[in-house]
Design a protein. Sequence first.
Lengths: 313, 394
Amino acid sequence: MISQLFTEAVLIGILTSGIRLATPYLFASIGEMFGQRSGVLNLGVEGMMLMGAFAAFYATYTTGNPWLGLLAAIIVGGMMGLAMAIISVTFQAEQGISGIGVYLFGLGMSDLLFQKTIGTVETVSGFRPVDIPILSDLPIIGPIFFQQSIMVYLAYALVPIAWFVLYRTTFGLKIRAVGENPAAADSLGVSVNRTRYLTVIIGGILAGVAGASLSISLLNVFQQNLTSGLGFIAVALVYFGGWRPFGILFGALLFSMVNALQLWIQALSIPIPFDASELLIMLPYVLTIIVLIFSAGRVRKPSALSTVYERGG
Amino acid sequence: MIDFLATHPRLGRLFDLLLPLLAVLAALGVGAVMLQLLGANPFQAYSAMLKGAFGSQNALADTIVRATPLLLVSLGICIAFRGGVINIGGEGQIIAGAIPATLIGLMFPEAPALILVPAALIAGFLGGAFWGSIPGVLKAYYNVNEILSTIMLNIIAVQGMNFLLRGPMIDPVQLEAASRIPQTARLAQAFDLPRLVPTRLHAGALLAVVLAFVVYILLWRTTTGYRIRAVGLNPDASRYGGINVKRNIVLALLLSGAFAGLAGAVQVYGVNHRMFTDGSAAGFTGNAGFNGIVTALFGKLHPLGAIPASFIFGGLIVGANSLQRAMQVPAALVTALNGLVVIFVVSSDIFSRRLARRRQIVAEPKTSPPAAPADVGPHLQRAGPPSPGQEASS
């Protein structure tokens, strides 16, 4: 029955999963936001996430230490970011297409490495839920917010940090300047290419960590195409959130809550009129398109997004 | 070196043509290093791939069968990219075409094949056109980035397919057996596309090649094609010239989706004879929606260039499968290689652009008016303000 959904335990369960499921979106989208704010559209997030997810899983699987897994994801993600920066900044490749190349590379490469090194379904003991003292004992709020894994806390901590970096530091000012008017920034002595390299590498690192949050925290497994489109949603969430950290937080929560609801409906095998869980999964994507329609006129994207900068060009 | 090429037009043009080939060689070179690291001899591996893809009549037939959806999708990609829009929605459009095409076959199992099969292919074309027109309208009239909307529509199409194949369209046999494998019933055998030789090669391949010529004529020999390309090259100039820019953006994405949709219908009637899903898009499409982009880029966004390009990439996929069988190298290698090809092709375009610019500089003092820049494809030119990925200029 539908009323099954409205018991306290289930509602807490849905909210807890919703908070948790936002983790990969937050890492990946915030990283993507830095790149886009500086003018680089990185469509390869999905591939970077897959590589990060595999690196984290493999390192955790062989050493048993999830922190080493996280480190591996950071290194691999950073390398993927560096590659994307070389492609899109130095070689000035069309960003919408080169991102697809990076995606295909990550999709194939992570699968190839997985099949060659592990090959079968294995689980690892990744990051376990950590109870925050005192706060985790609070009724309702405790289990929802304060009994999550360290990756979840990190993801939420990233939002205000990203806000601070973007709006209150010189580096953030450079990012925004380079993304709005690269020629003006350049004339004031800001290195456009260096700034873009840094943001794209940061984006790669965070995409790698987003992948790790799946493979060594939320799911503790790796398989072919583990992310299944999550990285593309992360790109859309940046638009959805109007290129602002807290806007992205709102979008990520919205997505993950709907996802959590659908997962719980399946888990409880609630007989909804007809088996249409797919239609429920569709909902956030339809919603994203609708939001894009309404925000297109009002929210201004970074002026130099997905354009290359050449001196005197 | 660029200077030298700019003053030698023949060599320069040759360089333009060879560039994608060099990019592929570079990708294969990286692939060789990867194979070495995986403990496989790269030469043995590549020769196993070559043999698996082109070594026998059956291998060639399989390669062409694999190339067919790639060619159809990349014809659509040519139209979209020439029109200045990036269509990443191939996966969804393939599905959106396959669904109505399959439905028609399931609804009229007794109909004469001569009428039903063309009707089904047209339904696939229209289904893809519909799915492609959505991002077109969203971009032209609501300023929604087509890259994002096509990605969203891919996922929506996959979920729609999963819903239909698990529910309303499921094979009644599966329903009875309670195994509930998400697939439709097999279409009537009379509807199978005719086989050309005693292999798996079906008539859809021929259709795709014919359509490549049709698209070439459409793009370069008709007013419609001229308008699409003009909008792709410079929407502002097109508007001053009296071209309805918004309508042509919609048209480019609509046609692009239509060819992907047709690829879906051809895949159903020529190869699978039913629809099935493993829950993901690639399970049904075999990644053709993305690989079609690789193919189109490799063919220099020219419909006729897409014919050999799709043949090569079809061979790459078939070859990878035999590589997996012969040397236990996972076929995922080819996905990674395709990614590298895209990366190298779009990264090497900078040399084409530099050459085109230098050529202009070299040509200017001698001749007036200045020579037109080389045809490097609209989305790759940095001169004009329109770059796909940016919203339609408002």
